[in-house]
Design a protein around this ligand. Structure first.
Ligand SMILES: [Zn+2]
Length: 307
């Protein structure tokens, strides 16, 4: 029995585990509890998925798919290894779970039976956290080393928070009675290991190894994923250029009409420039006049002195 982690507990746990994490806009209020009238939790396990697509972050966090409203997981893990928080409430990721499989994770058994419809079923979205990991799911698309490392960290962070063992970590194909095959595919490598095929058993072993170390531990010289700064499609945030453009076109009170009309910031800046140029020209003209007058006065003084 465990009360689901709060938004801030999620962020704290993931960051302590060395995960590079972003917050999807609106994630703190996005869940399926209100819409379904079903309360999320208590939670007993962490369920892992592959997205079976590319760049599915918006789908997982906000858009959903026909017949399945978002959020579609709590965490979206990109190929880059950057995690995005999509929800801390009920999410549509687990579907119907076989009771025999679920029970094995609840009790943290050392082996997990194949999911059997005959054992009965439960609503998996009530009892599990979910991570959608970006991968085509065709059995060929490779999970980069950085992504797999982040994936292990995410699972370990949640287990560490709740005091769970790695046997609370499951995969969709281990619980689904709907014939799910996720996650699957080759992993580029992890720690000292080279390329290998993803298996739930190996994944749990890697999570278990992490849990034997402090949260700050790294299995090898993995580089920490960095958040891209320039691609607006990647993080949903405007670029510096887009912000600057928006500021320049922002309407403000026209200072010449006491606020009865609006002008754009860029027009005001142009006027300031034009006014400055005008003032400079006027100053130069006055300086010339003063110089001419000074010369005239000098000449008059000289004439008077001679006289
Ligand atoms: Zn799945």
């Amino acid at each position: 029995m465990a009360t689901p982690m709060s938004h801030d507990q999620w962020l704290k746990a993931l960051r302590a585990e060395g995960v590079t994490v972003q917050e999807y806009p609106g994630w703190r209020t996005r869940e399926r509890d209100d819409e379904t009238g079903l309360t999320f939790g208590p939670v007993h396990m962490f369920l892992n998925h592959h997205t079976a697509g590319r760049n599915s972050r918006d789908i997982v966090a906000k858009n959903g798919v026909p017949g399945l409203p978002a959020p579609l997981a709590h965490v979206y893990l990109a190929k880059s290894g950057v995690a995005t928080m999509c929800s801390a409430g009920r999410a549509n990721h687990a579907g119907t779970m076989a009771r025999n499989a679920y029970t094995s994770f609840l009790n943290e058994q050392s082996t997990h039976p194949a999911p059997s419809q005959a054992s009965g079923t439960i609503d998996g979205n009530d009892v599990s956290y979910g991570c959608e990991t970006e991968n085509l799911g065709d059995g060929k698309d490779v999970y980069p080393r950085t992504q797999y490392d982040a994936w292990v960290r995410i699972n370990a962070a949640v287990c560490r928070y709740h005091g769970w063992s790695a046997e609370s970590v499951g995969c969709h194909k281990e619980t689904s009675v709907e014939g799910k095959v996720d996650p699957r595919g080759p992993v580029e490598g992890y720690g000292s290991r080279g390329r290998f095929e993803f298996t739930p058993r190996q994944f749990r072993a890697d999570v278990a190894e992490r849990l034997r170390h402090p949260a700050s531990w790294s299995p090898s010289s993995v580089s920490k994923p960095s958040i891209p700064q320039s691609n607006p499609e990647e993080d949903g945030m405007p670029t510096v250029q887009e912000i600057a453009e928006a500021v320049m076109h922002f309407p403000m009170d026209d200072p010449r009409t006491s606020g009865t009309k609006y002008v754009r910031v860029k027009d005001v800046l142009w006027w300031i420039g034009a006014d400055a140029a005008h003032a400079n020209a006027r100053t130069e003209a006055l300086e010339a006049q003063v110089a001419a007058l000074t010369a005239k006065v000098d000449r008059l003084i000289a004439a008077n002195t001679q006289g």
